[in-house]
Design a protein around this ligand. Structure first.
Ligand SMILES: [Cu+2]
Length: 353
């Protein structure tokens, strides 16, 4: 057995022992980290390697150009990197810190600056940091702040509806609650499907001319509810017919009160029956009102006929209408008389011939 073969066998045994030692040295939770690196004039790429404390690091290093060396003193690594070949080095990064590695085989003019950095991070520190981060995240997730409502305004107030607008300081679901008694909200607008900071809702089914009390309500995704203060508004009233009143004093004891409305004319009289004479000043007032009833656009005869019909069907309350009817009747009677006279004349002429 030659010296060469003895040394070869010894190398194999040493390697096996080293491998076993490495295996047993690996903590149960240690990770195996593989790093590929290239060495060339005059740099290592990557020049910075970061692993965690306790990691078993295996570096596969290709020497691209000439012979280089890989010297990592902190973890006892000292390997030759032959030109054009790949060399594997292994070590356990068992102590946190920042370490430098360098080329320890002269490789040319820039050899002195051919180095890199190994960063071994403190796992315990990282865990603490992660816990803090988790806590912060949880705190952020637990949102206990209710939406703050502002800018409540109302628009488009109708007899049975009104629109409310408001804003919230965070994305939220908005509603408006309302009722006819303060603090008692018996109705609410539909809940919005999506969160928003700008809200509006239409209050429906309201009663005309009624005061309503309402408040804006918004809740965020966590379920925190925010409310506005209570506000009020009154719905539009149903418009009453316009009324104008004319009062005329006849003397100290008698008066006529005439009210005109959109629908027609009604006359209320408070006076003695004999006041209604041709000479009476009151008649002038009555005659001023009469044309409103007579609908002057229509032919006079038609109006007269209509009025005759109305007179025959209903009790006549309006003295002015009667006055006009008398004139029309006289004209109609005159025409009929004329027709009769002409008719008699024609009959006689026919009898002679
Ligand atoms: Cu070198």
């Amino acid at each position: 057995m030659s010296i060469r073969s003895i040394s070869f066998g010894a190398t194999i045994v040493a390697c096996a022992c080293a491998a076993l030692m490495v295996l047993f040295a690996i903590p149960a939770d240690a990770a195996v980290v593989e790093v590929s690196m290239t060495a060339r004039q005059w740099e290592f790429e990557p020049s910075t390697v970061t692993v965690e404390e306790g990691d078993v690091v295996t570096m596969t290093i290709l020497s691209e150009d000439v012979d280089h060396g890989f010297f990592l003193n902190a973890f006892g690594v000292d390997s030759s990197l032959r030109a054009g070949t790949t060399t594997t080095v292994s070590f356990t990064a068992d102590t946190a810190g920042t370490y430098s590695f360098s080329c320890n085989v002269f490789c040319g003019a820039g050899h002195g600056s051919m180095s890199g950095t190994l960063v071994v991070t403190d796992v315990a520190e990282e865990v603490v940091d992660e816990e803090e981060v988790d806590k912060k995240e949880e705190e952020e997730e637990i949102d206990s702040a209710a939406p703050v409502i502002s800018g409540v305004s109302i628009s488009n107030i109708q007899q049975t509806s009104a629109q409310i607008h408001f804003t919230a300081n965070e994305a939220s679901f908005g509603q408006i609650e309302y009722g006819i008694n303060p603090g008692v909200y018996v109705a609410a607008t539909p809940l919005a499907e999506n969160t928003s900071t700008s809200h509006s809702g239409v209050l429906t089914g309201l009663s005309a001319g009624t005061t309503y009390y309402y408040r804006a309500k918004a809740h965020d995704a966590t379920g925190n509810y925010g409310f506005s203060t209570e506000s009020t508004f009154a719905t539009e009233a149903i418009p009453e017919p316009e009324v104008s009143v004319i009062e005329t004093s006849v003397d100290s004891t008698e008066a006529i009160e005439i009210s005109t409305t959109d629908e027609g004319v009604s006359v209320e009289e408070e006076r003695e029956a004999d006041v209604r004479t041709e000479e009476d000043e009151n008649v002038e007032v009555v005659e001023e009102i009469a044309p409103t009833m007579a609908e002057p656009e229509e032919p006079l005869v038609t109006v007269g006929t209509d009025i005759i019909n109305e007179l025959s069907e209903t009790a006549v309350e309006d003295e002015s209408a009667l006055h006009s009817t008398g004139t029309v009747l006289a004209i109609v009677m005159g025409i009929i008389a004329l027709i009769v006279i002409v008719g008699i004349y024609v009959v006689r002429m026919n009898a002679r011939s």
